[in-house]
Design a protein around this ligand. Structure first.
Ligand SMILES: [Zn+2]
Ligand SMILES: [Zn+2]
Length: 337
């Protein structure tokens, strides 16, 4: 079977690898049919992250189930599933407490497409081993377009959680989304609107993304001074100055969800935040429990993830398309079940 491998900075190649076997009764083998680039992927390919090649790329996809182990009860060959980015058992104390990102059955940071906790394969590959199929995979409801929910594995669901959680505990929330990565900011705008925000403003220098944010329901013509304006800020930027600006834009009692990955050590205005009694959340999102809700939002037309995924390509075109700079890219493969 073929795997999409990051070989070195800017070098993305399809390579032949032995097909994985089931290996255990709780496992499944799946074949990705719609794999999306995460906003992190372009930086992984460029070699500007702490994660060093070679490794198989990809941690967002919808796949068809090829085969399941004898202990798997919820899935069967031919099912279409969302494959969450995180490898997690569903049974340990951390998983049972809703913290699958801290699962203790597998190495810390075990995930698809990022060599942080071992190598678990990538979701652009032809066949993927899922060690805990019942605990990890989420079946698509009939009629849902796989392309529209290809990024439910990570970015789309992350945007929903980052926006909806703080909005749910505030009346008529005024929201600021600080954009900067390819898709997360625009998706957060859509999700803030879906979660019932009173208003959504979008801050970003990039004209292309500002247009997508406008079409997603945001106001993009902002006042020069944003300080103390917003109940909720979603920071989807890699630029620590933009994060800083977002934090100072919080009104007293506000909350900032930081979902853009910043590798260096940004300056955080802690005293200003202290005086305003604001909170900041940072962290990889445990997407699995929220994926069914995201399916409902897409099915009900409450968000339009394809707006940030204008490029749909075949596997042959993937090595070039995935390094293009502006938006998400979806790689498709025919079904065989
Ligand atoms: Zn990701
Ligand atoms: Zn676990």
């Amino acid at each position: 079977m073929k795997e999409l491998i990051v070989r070195g900075p800017g070098r993305l190649v399809w390579e032949e690898a032995p097909a994985p076997g089931l290996g255990s009764g709780t496992s499944a083998l799946v074949r990705p049919i719609a794999s999306a680039s995460c906003d992190l992927d372009r930086r992984l390919i460029a070699g500007i992250t702490p994660f060093k090649p070679p490794f198989a790329l990809g941690h967002e996809c919808v796949a068809e189930v090829l085969e399941v182990g004898e202990e798997v009860t919820t899935l069967t060959r031919g099912d279409l599933v969302s494959v969450p980015w995180k490898i997690a058992c569903g049974q340990c104390a951390q998983c049972l407490a809703g913290r699958a990102t801290a699962c203790t059955t597998v190495p810390r940071h075990a995930a698809y497409g990022v060599p942080a906790g071992g190598h678990w394969g990538g979701l652009f590959s032809e066949v993927v081993h899922v060690p805990f199929a019942d605990a990890m995979l989420v079946k698509l409801p009939p009629g849902l377009n796989p392309l529209a929910v290809a990024s439910a594995s990570d970015n789309l669901t992350d945007a929903w959680v980052a926006a909806s959680r703080p909005i749910a505990t505030r009346d008529k929330a005024r929201v600021l989304v600080v954009g900067g990565t390819e898709s997360l900011g625009v998706l957060a705008v859509q999700m803030a609107v879906a979660a019932g925000a009173a208003s959504v403003d979008y801050l970003d220098d990039n004209v292309y993304r500002r247009d997508l944010a406008l079409r997603s329901g945001a106001n993009v013509e902002l006042d020069p001074v944003l300080d103390e304006h917003y109940d909720v800020v979603v920071s989807a930027t890699r630029d620590h100055r933009a994060l800083h600006r977002g934090l100072l834009a919080l009104a007293p009692g506000g909350h900032c969800s930081c979902i853009g990955i910043i590798f260096d050590d940004p300056k955080i205005p802690l005293f200003e935040m202290y005086l305003r009694d604001v909170t900041l959340s940072v962290g990889a999102c445990n997407v699995r429990p929220h994926i069914p809700k995201v399916f409902d939002l897409v099915r009900g037309g409450h968000c339009d993830p394809l707006l940030v995924s204008p490029t749909v390509v075949t596997c042959e075109e993937a090595t070039e398309a995935l390094v293009q700079p502006l938006a998400k890219c979806i790689v498709v493969r025919d079904r065989i079940t």
